[in-house]
Design a protein. Structure first.
Length: 363
């Protein structure tokens, strides 16, 4: 009798946490999978987290855990050590390492967004009007291991400058407040950060002007990707495929109901919700983050119209952006082997569920 009661309670608990039928939840235990990013997981990444609230990960037998590291080095180390399982990683250090003959022992299995999300911004009254005018300036970045550091180095090089000598990079830290205050106080001349971080900075009242970038970079359909250690993938291929399928469903929600996506994200990661801000204001600003990133998640962007797919021409363009032509073959680093599995679901049904969702359930 005791065993029966315990099993019944366990089924109820799992079913309530993950919004899935309790009968299914009792069939097998959920496998813990840790997803890590090199910066805080803001609401602009709610496509990754929404599947936990909706039960998409649980349907795959997965209990996801979300965390962030202090930079790429810690992320790569965590993946290889096995206490992180999937990592969101910018291509720059991976391609650079490959060009130098280094092997991080990772498999790159999913393109999260097709496009470079980083930009450089200045105060509206700054005399700097173009990237080439950043020579001799101080550029604030999140950390020296973050994509916000790699990005200005590449665009300065493309403008004919020496990124090691012609600018100074200052690690300001995470969050919009520190970066905005550093720019306002004149401790830095410009901010390098990713799209929805810049939205967050502006939502705090700091005015920004974003510098234009070359058109071919604007159109490049390659960017943040998901990595796993090759050892973990070999032993857990079905689990990784299930995680990617749940994430792809999250992309559909992201594109069809951004407000629900944001509110679910805060249910999953309440610490990411802005403090001291009225709920309607917080939601409005977070939805702006989603809207600025959403075009990069559309599966139609790029030459292979599937969520997460790698396109060799786009990655060769990224190699050009980094100045590594002839030194690395990007297509050999990435794999579409799990992309069919990641797209194996009824997208129209998920889109209809997202569009018809009652937001009052989240208030």
């Amino acid at each position: 009798m005791t065993a029966v009661r315990f099993g019944f309670l366990a089924v109820l608990l799992v079913g309530s946490l993950f919004r899935v039928p309790s009968a299914w939840a009792g069939e097998r235990p959920l496998t813990k999978v840790t997803f890590a990013a090199a910066s805080p997981i803001l609401a602009g990444l709610c496509n990754v987290t929404v599947g936990k609230y909706l039960g998409h990960y649980a349907e795959e037998g997965i209990e996801p855990e979300f965390m962030h590291t202090s930079g790429v080095s810690e992320l790569v180390g965590g993946l290889n050590a096995g206490h992180m399982h999937l990592g969101m990683i910018v291509p720059d250090p991976i391609l650079q390492a490959a060009a130098e003959g280094k092997d991080y022992r990772l498999a790159y299995v999913y393109v999260l967004n097709r496009g470079i999300t980083n930009r450089i911004a200045v105060k509206p009254d700054s005399p700097v009007k173009a990237i080439r005018e950043l020579k001799g300036k101080k550029i604030g970045v999140l950390s020296l291991g973050h994509s916000s550091y790699f990005y200005p180095r590449q665009v300065l090089r493309l403008e004919g400058m020496d990124p090691d000598k012609d600018a100074e990079y200052i690690a300001v830290g995470g969050g919009g407040g520190p970066m905005g205050r550093a720019l306002e106080a004149g401790r830095i001349d410009a901010i390098s950060s990713f799209d929805f971080s810049l939205v967050q900075i502006e939502s705090l009242g700091f005015k920004l002007r974003i510098l234009p970038q070359p058109e071919w970079i604007e159109k490049m359909a390659a960017g943040l990707m998901l990595a796993v250690s090759r050892d973990y993938l070999a032993a857990n291929r079905q689990t990784v495929a299930g995680f990617l399928r749940a994430l792809s469903k999250g992309n559909v929600w992201y594109l069809n109901n951004p407000e629900a996506c944001v509110r679910m994200h805060w249910k999953v990661l309440p610490e990411s919700r802005p403090k001291g801000v009225a709920e309607d204001v917080a939601v409005r600003e977070a939805v702006k983050q989603v809207q600025v990133r959403a075009p990069l998640y559309r599966k139609e962007r790029g030459s292979i119209p599937k969520y997460g797919s790698f396109s060799p021409p786009d990655w060769e363009a990224y190699v050009k952006y980094m100045g590594l032509e002839g030194k690395v073959q990007a297509a050999k680093l990435y794999s579409n082997e799990l992309i069919d599995a990641a797209n194996d679901f009824d997208e129209a049904k998920i889109a209809q569920e997202a569009r018809g969702f009652d937001l009052n359930k989240l208030k």
